[in-house]
Every structure is written in structure tokens, then in C-alpha cells.
Design a protein around this ligand. Structure first.
Ligand SMILES: [Zn+2]
Ligand SMILES: [Zn+2]
Ligand SMILES: [Zn+2]
Length: 443
């Protein structure tokens, strides 16, 4: 019997979820002192004998209603870290805080959509453009609209560094980790103190989100905030200013690098952030406000790599690369993952398993422990709110006291909407008893 951890009282509806997880099972309330069964909930009386529970995906391409909930939670979580709320004191708004974007380097020129004063600009006009070894002119005089399919595609696919691009995606989480360590060290050096002395006075909190650029490479948008030693509840030292933080971010982003292992036919690559990084202060008034940043992050968090024309699922052994419904550029990126993913030296990057993500296997949004609240806390708060406001909609009574044992037995029964079953009245009239929940494994 599989026991799935569920919150004490999931609500009956799976929201507007279009691909709910179907659970079969029961929940028993047992008197801890006497062992008496006080209450039993069983999915046997639910339509189709199963309880649909929201899939809770963050991906809008898979389930828009659940992605909307995820996005709303992200908004709350990000905003609490900028202006307080959800257990974070309002004084956090006075802490030095910036929004920074760390990009990937260039892997070759790609088609761009550029706008200036509301007018589309030429893509890459070069009067004396070089001709590449494949005979292609490294210039493009077109004005690409924002929905142009060629955006992000290389001017010469044969010159483009596909290997470098997927290696960057695969190593971006590690590059970010090294950046956060280097940032703390840089702050200590600039403040003229040891790393240990810095930790006693200052904590660096962050929340970041990954976004795919059209060329199929990830970049990170991050909120970086300076707190006192215990997190958002304590004030940072007076010397910890926005200017110091901004300068330290630029220095750390420029200096951090990572060398990939070499393999037969593949030289070692040194990976770095792109030269362009943009760091701006977040303030309660002005251009970049808490609500604006929170809305921006919440928007990106529901997207995966689909904007680059790749697949929304893993590639399996039975897939033929040529038959995949993807763009040519995505096909070459996937091919690079499948090709170098076979090299034993690169085993740890798991490029074959993550080929559909063009090599990136990291989390789309991450935050440091002291940034603000958690998704778990936000979900628990919402579930409690729903129980409080719709007592008849809950599946079972709240336990009377803390000596009541709640034993849940759940089994995964599929995904999608439950099958339509005859109304219970029809079943009774036909004389057939409702089916018993099967015990043990699936029939
Ligand atoms: Zn869903
Ligand atoms: Zn172009
Ligand atoms: Zn070329």
C-alpha cells in the first residue's frame, strides 16, 4: 500500500486543473486511546471511485489553471521579500536590494528584434560584413517583428557553437552557485573584513528565476538583498549600501568561471557569464518597484523552454530526432545534448535526460532560505482558508482533539478527469452495490 503525504484536508475540487492526479484510498480517524474508528472517508463514493487532486504544475503549457496558482504564489513569495508580509517584517523594504540579470555569453550571432522609440530596427546591418567559412554573410538588414520565427536562430547554423550553448545550460546552476559564494567573498573584501566576520554582520538573501532566451540558452533574473545576520528581521550594517552591492555583483559576475572536463573529441570549455549584466535597485517608488519585480518574476516562472521551439517532454529511445516536431535550431541543440551526453566524462551533466530542455536541468525558481516565506506555507494557508470558508466542501471533519490519529492510505490511480459513472441512485436501483475500494496493488 502506497501512502502519499497529503495535507490534512484537501478540498474536493481540483480547482480548474485540466490534468488532475487521481487518487484512490481512504482516511481513517481513530481514537488514540480506545482504537475506535471515529470517521472514515473513502474515495469509493466519489465519481469514478477516485479523488481528483490538482496537478500543481508551474508550466502554463501543461495546465494553465494550476500554473496561474503557482504564478500567484510566486508573486506573494517574491513581494513578501521586497516589502514584507507573510511573516516578513515591513522593515525589509529599507534593506539594500537589487534586481540583476546574468546572461549567457555569445555562441554566435543570431537574428534579433530591436526596437528604438517604438520603431523596429534592422537586425544586424553590417556594410562590410564578413563571409563565414560556409559562404554566409554575417549580416542581416531585416526588421524582425517580435513574433518572427527566425528570432534567436543563428546567422550561420554551421558556425554556431551548439556544444558551448548546451554546456552552458547544463552548468548554469553550478555557475550560479559559484557566483553566490564569490559575491559573499567580494563583499567581505570590499568591506575590509574576513568572510567569517562578514557572516557575523551580514546575510545575503536571493530569489532567482531562469528564463530561456529565444536562442535556447538560459539566463537568470535575481533579486539580491542584504540583511542583518539573522535575515530579513535584522537590519544590515550601515556600510552595506546599494552601491557596494552593485559593484560587488559586477565584480563577482566577471570573475567567476567554470571549466568543463575534456573528453576525446571535445576540448575543455571555460564557461562564464555574458559580458552584459544589468543591476538596478528595487525601491518602493520609482521605475523598479516591489510589485513590478514580483509581477515580472511571477510571469517567467510558468514558462519552460517552449519559446525556443523545443518539446515539453523527455526524449525517449524510440524518438527519431528527424521526426520531432521542433524547430531546426532546437533540433541541433537537442542533437548536441544527445551527442556529447554519451561521453563518460560528461555523465554527471545528464545531458541525454535533459536534451528536451536543451541541457538545463536546474530549478526554474530558487531562493535562499531566509528570502521570505515558502510555497508550502502559502499552500497550507490557502488550504486552511478554504476549509474555514467552506466547511461542507471539506472531505472529513477536523479532528476533535490531538489524541485522534489520522491514517491516510492513498494510491495513484491515474491522471486526467475521472470516468463518468452512473449516478448512485441508478446503481442502487439496479441492485449493484458500490464497488469496494481494492486493497493492495492495482488489479
Ligand atoms: Zn493542473
Ligand atoms: Zn535577422
Ligand atoms: Zn558559417
Amino acid at each position: 500500500m502506497t501512502v502519499l503525504p497529503l495535507p490534512a484536508g484537501p478540498v474536493r475540487q481540483a480547482g480548474g486543473c485540466i490534468q488532475p492526479v487521481l487518487l484512490r484510498g481512504r482516511v481513517d480517524h481513530i481514537d488514540g486511546a480506545t482504537g475506535e474508528l471515529l470517521h472514515r472517508y473513502s474515495t469509493v463514493h466519489e465519481p469514478g471511485g477516485v479523488l481528483p487532486v490538482a496537478c500543481k504544475t508551474r508550466r502554463a503549457s501543461r495546465c494553465p489553471p494550476c500554473a496561474e496558482v503557482y504564478s500567484a504564489d510566486t508573486y506573494q513569495l517574491i513581494r513578501a521579500g521586497l516589502s514584507g508580509g507573510k511573516g516578513v517584517p515591513d522593515s525589509v523594504a529599507t534593506h539594500p536590494c537589487v534586481f540583476t540579470t546574468l546572461t549567457a555569453p555569445s555562441f554566435g550571432p543570431v537574428h534579433l528584434s530591436r526596437e528604438k522609440d517604438g520603431h523596429l530596427q534592422r537586425c544586424r546591418p553590417r556594410r562590410r560584413a564578413q563571409i563565414c567559412p560556409h559562404g554566409r554573410r554575417m549580416s542581416c538588414g531585416e526588421r524582425h517583428a517580435r513574433d518572427d520565427d527566425r528570432l534567436g536562430e543563428p546567422l550561420c547554423p554551421d558556425c554556431y557553437d551548439y556544444t558551448g550553448s548546451v554546456l552552458f545550460n547544463a552548468c548554469a546552476p553550478e555557475l550560479w552557485r559559484r557566483f553566490t559564494i564569490t559575491l559573499r567573498r567580494t563583499l567581505a573584501r570590499r568591506a575590509g573584513m574576513t568572510n567569517k566576520a562578514l557572516t557575523a554582520q551580514l546575510r545575503v538573501s536571493f530569489a532567482k528565476v531562469a528564463e530561456y532566451q529565444r536562442r535556447g540558452v538560459v539566463h537568470f533574473h535575481a533579486i539580491i538583498r542584504l540583511d542583518g545576520p539573522t535575515g530579513p528581521g535584522s537590519a544590515p550594517p550601515a556600510w552595506a549600501t546599494i552601491d557596494l552591492l552593485t559593484a560587488a555583483i559586477a565584480q563577482a559576475a566577471d570573475s567567476v568561471h567554470l571549466d568543463t572536463p575534456s573528453a576525446p573529441g571535445l576540448p575543455a570549455h571555460t564557461l562564464r557569464w555574458g559580458r552584459e549584466h544589468d543591476t538596478r535597485p528595487i525601491t518602493t517608488t520609482g521605475e523598479l518597484t516591489d510589485t513590478r519585480v514580483a509581477a515580472y518574476v511571477a510571469k517567467y516562472v510558468t514558462k519552460a523552454a517552449e519559446c525556443t521551439g523545443t518539446l515539453d517532454r523527455r526524449i525517449t529511445a524510440t524518438d527519431r530526432l528527424d521526426d520531432l516536431p521542433v524547430s531546426e535550431h532546437a533540433r541541433r541543440l537537442i542533437a548536441a545534448c544527445l551527442h556529447i551526453g554519451k561521453l563518460p566524462a560528461l555523465d554527471g551533466l545528464r545531458l541525454i535526460a535533459w536534451a528536451h530542455m536543451l541541457g538545463f536541468r536546474g530549478h526554474f525558481s530558487t531562493k535562499s532560505r531566509h528570502y521570505s516565506t515558502t510555497f508550502g506555507a502559502l499552500r497550507a494557508e490557502r488550504a486552511q482558508h478554504q476549509r474555514d470558508h467552506a466547511p461542507t466542501g471539506s472531505l472529513w471533519p477536523e479532528p476533535e482533539d490531538d489524541t485522534t490519529l489520522v491514517l491516510a492510505h492513498w494510491r495513484f490511480a491515474g491522471q486526467g478527469h475521472p470516468p463518468i459513472t452512473p449516478l448512485s441512485g441508478d446503481v442502487i436501483r439496479s441492485g449493484a452495490p458500490p464497488p469496494e475500494p481494492p486493497e493492495g496493488g492495482q488489479p
